[in-house]
Structures are given as C-alpha cells and as structure tokens.
Design a protein around this ligand. Structure first.
Ligand code: HEC
Length: 398
C-alpha cells in the first residue's frame, strides 16, 4: 500500500481509537467512582429498593443518582446501556494493530535478529497469541476459581508473564508489547461482551417478566468489571509504550513489562480504595519508588568512551557522513526509505546545525536506547555509534 495512504488511514483509525477509548475508560472510571461513593439512602428511598444514593454537581446542575439493590419494580421506558464505547475501542484497536503490525509486519513486527519470520507466520503467531491469551482467561474465569479472586489473579499473572516472555522471543520488542496490549484489551472488551452484557440482559429480562432477578447475574458482571478496573492502567501504559524504547528495548523487556503492569495496577488500587474513603498514600509512594528503582535498574549501559578515544577529535565531516548514510533515509526533506516516506518524528537532518539541534535526542536514541536507526535498517555499525558518542561527548565538554 502507498505509505501516504497508510499514514492517513493510521491517523483516522488512531483518532477514532483514542476517542472511543477515552469514552470507554472515562465511563468505566466514572462508574467505579460512582459505585464506591454511594451512601446509605434515606428511608423513603430504601423502601423503594434503592441501596445507595449520591448527589453530585457538574456543568452547572445538580444530579441525584440512585442504585437499586437488585432492580427497579418495573422497567423504565428508557434505559441507557454502555457497550458501544467498549466495542468501538476494540474494533478500531484491532484495525490499527492490523494496519501497523500486520500490513506493516516487515517494518514493525518482524525483527530478523529475533526470529526469521515471514509476514504470514508473523500474522498467524500474532493472532494466535491473542486467541491463546484471551482463551486462557475466558476458560479460567468460568471455573470455580472465579470465587477465589487472589488465586485467579496469580494464575493470570503467571500466564501473562509466560506470554510476555514468549512474544519477546518471536517479535520485535515493540510488536511484543503491542500484542500484550492487544491481549489485555481484548480480554477487557470480552469481559463486556461475554460477561457483563449477558448478565445485564438476563437482569433486564427477569425484571420485564416480573421475576426477582437472580443475584448471580449481578455478581458475575461485577467480577468481570473488577478485572477491567485493574487492567485499564496497564493497558494504557502499553498503548503509549511505543514512544519509550527504554522500556521495550531492554534485554529483559518482558520483565520490565510485567513490572510496569504491576505498578500501574497498584496505582489503580490506590484510587479504588480512596473512593471508599480509605486513603492509603503508601501505595502511591510504593508505586513511585518502584518506578524509580525500575528506571535505575534498566538504565542503558553507558557507552564507554575512554580518555584515549576522547583525544582523537571526531570531525564534523565524519559525523555528517554517518548521519547521511545511516539516518537520512528516514530523516530528510526527501526521504528515500520505502516505508517511511516523510521525515519521521519531525526530525530532519539537513546540515550540522540540525544535527546539533537534535544532539540530546541522538544520544538518547542512538547511543543509549540504540533503537535508532529504526531496527537498524540502515545497518549502522558499533564503531559508528562509538564515533557519534565521542563527538557528542566532545561537543558537550567544549
Ligand atoms: C528506517 C527508518 C529510520 C532510520 C534509518 C532512522 N530513523 Fe529515527 N525515526 C524513525 C521513526 C519511525 C521515528 C518515529 C518513531 C519513534 O520515535 O520511535 C524516528 C524518530 C527519531 C527521533 C525522534 C524521536 C525522539 O526520541 O525525539 C530521533 C531523534 C531519531 N529518530 C534519530 C535518528 C538518528 C540519529 C538516526 C541515524 C543514526 C535515525 N533516527 C535513523 C525511523 C528511522
């Protein structure tokens, strides 16, 4: 496909994905908040079967919200459902994954230094991993384990770790992370589709038939929405992780991923508890401390430039030659790369001034994270990286 068209498709789908995602997660945050802030209602409301009520002010108006213990005596004429936010987020997410990582498998998903896959193999492994991950969850959540939240959580964590490790052995690091995101995102949408919606439909049907709804429907939906609560922050982290090569590009990127999943889930736990009036700042402090420790542990090894090497002055001509041969394909006014046809990341190298301007980012991406050139498509050598490192060092000490 013409890269210009793919870029517009990418933009349109991503735009829709982000907006629907905000609507979904926003609604999810709101309802978790709502549920956890309900207060014991006054007697007249309790007599009507209301178990919790709440007052709020927003946008210049007062809102009175009430939650029924089981269901209202009769169906209201208008009942609002929340499902399309979830479905459209999943659908747009799937298209985006397919466009970037399957249509563009050679660029984003396959890393020949990790595994020599064909495009077809990569796509099959990718889809297969989603089916396996989601399948495991859907089976487990239907067993007796659903009554033992902690054990279920631990088992899911182990499966997640195995998947994260496995994906790193077959895909590019970006591709592996994004597939973990796709698996978790699909589990979330699946929770709505396979769990929450059927339960709610059964509830509504019972009320319409004038029966007392079985409380198991409500409980089943609750379990799945609790799971969704804890995986929202991890999934958002994974979705933005592509911008942060220091996470996925680490040798043990799969451990980094699991650590960040745990940290972000803990942050969500803090907010859930806070809604209940249980303020436990220790969780936030712990999460921040864990992030700092993680950042320290995964800091890229310094590219050692000896005092000896520093004495040999690297000339501007040398630097320009390296940038021209290794970077210009994707970072010029007229790119020559077959996929990246316009200057990527807004970085254009025209002359030495522009190279100097980007020096800190060159250090970050070429010397530290080593994820530029992109998947080393232009085959930059270790010597060239060292030369650039020396030049950057000499420039900063000047
Ligand atoms: C095959 C294409 C390709 C080559 C070659 C390439 N890049 Fe990039 N570059 C990209 C893409 C794609 C992005 C945007 C995505 C991203 O930031 O990960 C990018 C973004 C960047 C950014 C901006 C992001 C930031 O962190 O501020 C910098 C700086 C950069 N590249 C430097 C370089 C340097 C220096 C070279 C040569 C040593 C190079 N790139 C070679 C594809 C390439």
């Amino acid at each position: 496909m013409d890269p210009y068209i793919t870029d517009w498709l990418n933009l349109a789908i991503r735009f829709a994905h982000v907006i629907t995602g905000i609507a979904w997660i926003g609604a999810s945050f709101y309802f978790v908040w709502l549920d956890n802030h309900l207060e014991t209602p006054p007697q007249e409301k309790a007599d009507k079967g209301i178990s919790g009520d709440l007052w709020a002010i927003h946008g210049g108006g007062f809102y009175e919200v009430a939650k029924y213990k089981l269901a209202p005596p009769q169906m209201p004429s208008m009942l609002h459902w929340f499902k399309w936010e979830a479905y459209t987020t999943w659908i747009t997410g799937f298209f985006l994954l397919a466009l970037m990582f399957y249509v563009g498998a050679e660029t984003y998903l396959i890393d020949k230094s990790v595994a020599e896959l064909t495009q077809m193999q990569a796509i099959l492994y990718g889809l297969g991993s989603i089916v396996i991950g989601v399948g495991c969850y859907e089976i487990l959540v239907r067993t007796k384990l659903k009554d033992h939240g902690l054990i279920l959580g631990l088992i899911l964590l182990i499966i997640g770790t195995l998947l994260s490790y496995g994906l790193m052995q077959i895909f590019s690091a970006r591709g592996a992370y994004m597939h973990m995101g796709a698996i978790i995102g699909t589990i979330m949408a699946g929770n709505v589709f396979f769990g929450i919606m059927p339960s709610q439909r059964a509830l509504v049907k019972a009320v319409e038939a004038g029966n007392t709804p079985d409380s198991k429907y409500g409980l089943n939906a609750k379990l799945r929405s609790t799971h969704n609560t804890y995986i929202t922050l991890p999934v958002i982290f994974i979705m933005i992780s592509n911008h942060y090569p220091m996470t996925f590009n680490h040798n043990a990127g799969w451990i980094v991923l699991m650590a960040l999943i745990l940290i972000t889930a803990a942050i969500r736990q803090y907010f859930v508890l806070r809604h209940f009036g249980k303020n436990q700042p220790g969780i936030i402090v712990g999460a921040i401390a864990a992030t700092i420790v993680l950042a320290y542990l995964i800091a890229p090894a310094k590219l050692e430039v000896s005092a000896e090497q520093l004495k040999n002055k690297v000339s501007i001509a040398q630097v320009q030659t390296i940038i021209e041969t290794r970077c210009s394909a994707c970072h010029s006014i007229q790119n020559t790369d077959d996929i990246f046809t316009v200057a990527q990341g807004g970085v254009v190298f025209t002359d030495i001034a522009s190279i100097r301007q980007w020096a800190p980012r060159i250090k970050a991406r070429v010397i530290d994270a080593k994820d530029m050139p992109f998947m080393n498509k232009t085959k930059m050598t270790a010597e060239e990286r060292t030369l650039l490192a020396i030049w950057l060092e000499q420039m900063s000490t000047k």
